[in-house]
Design a protein around this ligand. Structure first.
Ligand code: CUA
Length: 151
């Protein structure tokens, strides 16, 4: 009888262990960098996806554009995207509050250090778009911009 009790305890322990391992694997496997909402402003350069700013193709006509803002510029500051594509802009700031506005579109975000902000937009029209900082961020604010070419 005692053997049976030990066997049951053993099985329960094993199930508990496997469940814990399974949950951990699930949690880490389902937290892609693009779902990040916070980032240490001091560690932006080493935190994915900001360690590799730029355009990434994530699907048919779908892109992610990771950008880092810092007084008084955008990294990268010139991007080309094919027209008809949907782009998710993923942005953060390394220093102070900046703005991220794409002139002529509804894309307009506040970019706060410590936070990751994102917005998605589909570019149907070819042309040159200007990305502007629209939050006063210091002496170089009026020069803070980047180019986006939809071709
Ligand atoms: Cu950055 Cu204004």
């Amino acid at each position: 009888k005692l053997e049976k009790v030990w066997l049951i305890i053993g099985v329960i322990t094993l199930i508990a262990f496997l469940t814990t391992v399974g949950i951990q694997a699930f949690a880490s496997g389902h937290a892609p960098p693009s779902d990040l909402t916070k980032v240490d402003p001091e560690k932006v350069d080493e935190t994915p996806p900001f360690n590799e700013p730029g355009l990434k193709k994530v699907g048919e006509n779908e892109y992610e554009l990771v950008m880092v803002l810092q007084s008084f510029g955008f990294t990268p500051n010139k991007v080309e995207i094919p027209h008809g594509s949907t782009v998710k802009f993923i942005v953060t700031s390394k220093d102070v509050v900046h703005g991220f506005e794409i002139a002529g579109t509804r894309v307009n975000m506040m970019v706060t250090p410590g936070h990751v902000n994102s917005m998605t937009y589909t570019f149907e029209e070819k042309g040159e778009y200007l990305i502007l900082c629209n939050e006063y961020c210091g002496i170089g604010h009026h020069m803070m911009s980047a180019e986006l070419e939809v071709k």
